[in-house]
Design a protein around this ligand. Structure first.
Ligand SMILES: O=C(O)CCC(=O)C(=O)O
Ligand SMILES: [Fe+2]
Length: 328
């Protein structure tokens, strides 16, 4: 049975202005949240309303297009990370080794806005620095998208500073891991369900996110996003007006040897009482460290002689493997 719980809200502007003891206390709060669920709302984030509305409206207009027009901006082959990913092409639960029917959604995906000078790693160039396949319409799509993507890169970097303080590191500790991030932005559309879902089929199957953190913007007032709370109950994430929903991904779990939890979450179908339910839109920015960044369990999370739970991973190849496990 799902239930609603108090959902933590973090005032980013206050943290950034705070000094000494207050800043540490706010960091300790975030540490507590990340030890329990790693899901929180961020207010006072400074991202201009116009930037948010701009990409939101463009994404809506894109999803409103006839399928053939969206299909023209498709990812050219299975496993290609960017462009339009049509219905029934991804099952997120597969990233956890759980075989389900495909998720009931479509998405548009875009990668980093530029390639770092001198980068010559073939896999990096072919995967995360592959070109975004821009749609021909709506006309303002690319400009609105890149403005939002830039705002998310900046916000993610600021949140990583909160995370550094929260685990007792210097504020800028993570900066060198994330100065050429390979983050992806995904606009999601979960269509109305004219046909009932198959058994085990959700809007987004239960998964954890792969990177450091995700900045999510669910449609205002919408339902469906649920997280598995520490007591094992699926718990709805309530709408928090004007806020972003942040969740940590697997790499924060790795860095902290699972002190912080990368929590399972999913998007459920509209209830039986809602018929086919309304369409639901969201934006998800998946922050991911530099292609070459090596993520290793931090020594302060190991007792003397304790073996880390994880081998080190390289950010880029690790992400590529995860992504390829979910698409067909
Ligand atoms: O659409 C949402 O609210 C969540 C989507 C999600 O968790 C994901 O795509 O990783
Ligand atoms: Fe997710």
């Amino acid at each position: 049975m799902a239930r609603t719980a108090a959902f933590p809200v973090f005032d980013l502007g206050r943290f950034e202005k705070a000094g000494g003891a207050e800043r540490e206390a706010l960091g300790a709060e975030v540490d507590g949240i990340c030890r329990s669920t790693g899901f929180l709302a961020i207010t006072n984030h400074g991202v201009p309303r116009a930037v948010i509305d701009g990409v939101w409206d463009q994404a809506k207009a894109f999803f409103d297009l006839p399928y053939e027009e969206k299909y023209a901006a498709r990812a050219p082959y299975a496993g290609y990370p960017y462009g339009y990913l049509g219905p029934k092409l991804e099952a997120l639960a597969k990233s956890k080794g759980v075989d389900t029917p495909p998720d009931l959604k479509e998405s548009f995906n875009g990668g980093p806005l530029s390639v770092p000078a001198g980068l010559d790693d073939k896999d990096a160039l072919a995967f995360c620095y592959a070109e975004t396949i821009w749609p021909a319409a709506p006309a303002g799509f690319r400009a609105a998208w890149t403005a939002y993507y830039s705002a998310m890169e900046d916000l993610a970097q600021r949140i990583m500073r909160v995370f550094a303080v929260a685990i007792g590191l210097p504020e800028h500790y993570f900066d060198s891991f994330i100065d050429h991030p390979i983050s992806a932005l995904r606009a999601l559309n979960y269509p109305e369900q004219a046909v009932p879902p198959e058994p085990g089929q959700l809007r987004a199957g239960a998964h954890t996110d792969y990177g450091t953190l995700t900045i999510l913007l669910p449609q205002e007032g919408s339902k469906g996003l649920e997280i598995l709370s520490p007591d094992g109950e699926w718990t709805p994430v309530p709408p928090v007006p004007g806020a972003f929903v942040i969740n940590i991904g697997d790499l924060m779990g790795l860095w902290t040897n699972d002190r912080w939890v990368s929590t399972l979450h999913r998007v459920v179908n509209p209830g039986a009482d809602e018929g086919g339910g309304e369409r639901r839109q969201s934006l998800a920015f998946f922050h991911q460290p530099n292609w070459d960044a090596e993520i290793t369990v931090l020594p302060q999370f190991l007792a003397a002689g304790e073996r880390p739970k994880y081998e080190p991973v390289r950010s880029g190849p690790y992400l590529m493997g995860k992504f390829r496990s979910t698409t067909k």
